[in-house]
Design a protein around this ligand. Structure first.
Ligand SMILES: [Fe+2]
Ligand SMILES: [Fe+2]
Length: 319
């Protein structure tokens, strides 16, 4: 989009600040495209945290021990906190969270495609922590250096908690992988189902990612989708080897020269189908969020009534 003449100086200043590594704060001037892209990206992230509570929350009542229940409960609560930080961060861009929630419920906003897959066994809780939170860490560590201050600062705290999520998941996998043959088979089965969807979490290849170039230029993103995916794979393959688990990709092999684990073709048609709403759990996830929204109506009504009462009291005192 061409920039109107009076904005070109502002834009030059904005881009110079970003190039100098300064962070952009809510009251600073920013191009509308930057605001729009950030709002889209941050709200998508916040929705992913909240929807991401659902597949694992499903297992809290069925955790195999008190210790497992406590750590899973803590993890799922953390995800609620992550959603709230990021909704607050998104609000600093001038959009109300009621609007963001409405966009999630009516399908205008997206969330990470991985949460549209079911968690079929207890091993899925381990594998989600290991792979999905592991992928989230790779993504979010880089976002902690994003140019928008409120987003970057939220990521610093979130990453610390994600490390705990990944460890609890990996530990669940480790115990099962060293357990009975049936337990080990459960981990293998969960990895077989969740490996490829985890790789899709980084988004389409850079050559097909319409938003990447602009986000990179403005340092909202600091690495490309493909770079992050490769980093995740390089970190994860040795962990799978340590578990004695096979990753479901016959083409996976170490390139001695680059140090990268090369991998097979990702089925992007599956990714696009899931994004379009055709994943195994899309309807269930949105129905659960809609129910939570409806069940919370009395809380919102009570909070509004309370705020009005406080306001009326203040006006009486002032008069
Ligand atoms: Fe999270
Ligand atoms: Fe997490």
């Amino acid at each position: 989009m061409p920039v109107p003449p009076d904005e070109s100086a502002l834009l030059a200043d904005f881009e110079a600040r970003i190039a100098a590594g300064e962070s952009i704060e809510p009251k600073d001037w920013m191009p509308e495209r930057y605001r729009k892209q950030l709002t889209r990206m941050m709200s998508q992230h916040a929705h992913s945290e909240i929807v991401g509570m659902l597949p694992e929350g499903n297992w809290i009542t069925r955790a195999p021990s008190l210790r497992r229940k406590l750590s899973l409960l803590a993890k799922v609560q953390d995800e609620a906190g992550h959603g709230l930080y990021i909704y607050c961060g998104t609000e600093t861009l001038g959009v109300d969270r009621h609007e963001l929630n409405a966009q999630l419920l009516d399908g205008r906003a997206k969330y990470s495609s991985i949460f549209n897959y079911p968690t079929l066994t207890w091993a899925d809780v381990g594998v989600v922590g290991w792979l999905v939170d592991g992928a989230a860490i790779v993504n979010q560590t880089v976002l902690a250096k994003a140019s928008y201050g409120p987003y970057a600062r939220a990521m610093v705290r979130i990453c610390k908690e994600e490390n705990f999520h990944k460890r609890q998941g990996y530990e669940v996998c480790m115990v099962l992988a060293k357990g009975t043959p049936e337990q080990k088979a459960m981990v293998q089965d969960a990895v077989n189902r969740l490996w490829w969807p985890s790789l899709m979490m980084f988004g389409p290849s850079d050559t097909n990612s319409p938003n990447s170039a602009e986000l990179l230029k403005w340092r909202v993103k600091r690495k490309t989708n493909d770079e992050l995916r490769q980093r995740f794979i390089n970190l994860t393959v040795p962990q799978a080897i340590a578990l004695g688990i096979t990753l479901p990709d016959p083409d996976l092999k170490l390139n001695e020269e680059t140090g990268n684990w090369e991998f097979g073709e990702i089925d992007w048609s599956e990714f696009h189908a899931v994004l379009k709403g055709e994943g195994p759990c899309n309807h269930e996830r949105i129905a659960a969020r809609q129910k939570a929204h409806d069940d919370g109506a009395w809380v919102r009504a009570a909070a509004t009534a309370y705020a009005e009462k406080q306001q009326a009291r203040k006006s009486t005192v002032a008069a």
